[in-house]
Design a protein around this ligand. Sequence first.
Ligand code: ATP
Ligand code: FE2
Length: 336
Amino acid sequence: MSGGVIIGIESTAHTLSIGSVNSSGEPSSSHSSFFRPESGGIHPREAADHHAENAGRLVKEFLQSGIDSNSIEAIAFSQGPGLGPCLRVGASVARALGTKWDVPIVGVNHCVAHIEIGRQQCQMDDPVLLYVSGGNTQVITRMSGRYRVLGETLDIGIGNMLDKFARQQDLPFPGGPKIEMLAKDWLMQNPDADLDDYQLPYAVQGMDLAFSGLFTAACRLVDRGADLGAVCWSLQEHSFAASIEVAERAMAHTGKDELLLGGGVACNQRLRDMSSIMCDEREGSLGVPAREFCVDNGSMIATLGQLQLQNTGPTKIQLSGINQSLRTDETNITWE
Ligand code: ATP
Ligand code: FE2
């Protein structure tokens, strides 16, 4: 069968998600279930248990949303990078469904999926991508058949830094949206605020970034009595400015004039506004996917699965093992 629906399964970390793309390349909305740790960070085994417990229900719900199982052409899944136990659940579900429906499976690179869904949604051909999620912070662009990482975090991802700071302040997980709200409310009440009064270390190191120092300094500011809203505001301003500075330098070096945002932190309105200002100043254009396609979702896995299926075919079962440390630039891009 050809030209059918591709199902995508995402399970790299805290999100288990199932989505699809139709034969015209249009992604569906995804059905997702989120693992929320009761306290502390994500424990890989607990997140994997959550995925295993919810996979059956999620697949059923997704099929009931109007998918004809006879129209399914292939099952795509996140092969890496991510947490091993979580990835293994997604790969097992993909193999089981592939066998059940007698269709091939396609293992995809999660980071490349963020790029491809963004390109598809924003109709961009050859952008610089600012990929800002929990585990990843990278500035990427296509060169010689691969997505090359031009700059990235040298320690933790920007989203993990925000989540860690939130946890330290007893704010619920995920911390990013809560920090955004506190920062916005505080700024509305303090429109004349001066960033110099809440200085934090600057996270740029050449073309790379680092967020651990920022996290420690922000915690110290709160400990010294600064208003939590003010520190949330400063934390966003510093970490977003640093990320956008590296993205701008990447645009200047490569001569490219499109910037595409991706990853969960790209849901943040302040990051979107700051990116827009930078692009306007350079007379470039900004692509911002809808929030449901910025966070981890099954439809982005299906979108990349479709591209791979059309260009390099399915993944052989003996090559379908997961790869926790798969890098963005390890995947051949054959659909330029
Ligand atoms: P990856 O495997 O690509 O690293 P991930 O597992 O981190 O992805 P995503 O859904 O891409 O998952 O991103 C989740 C992150 O996005 C969390 O750290 C969360 O705090 C952050 N986030 C979500 N919404 C916002 C927001 N409005 N502002 C800032 N950060 C946000
Ligand atoms: Fe992601």
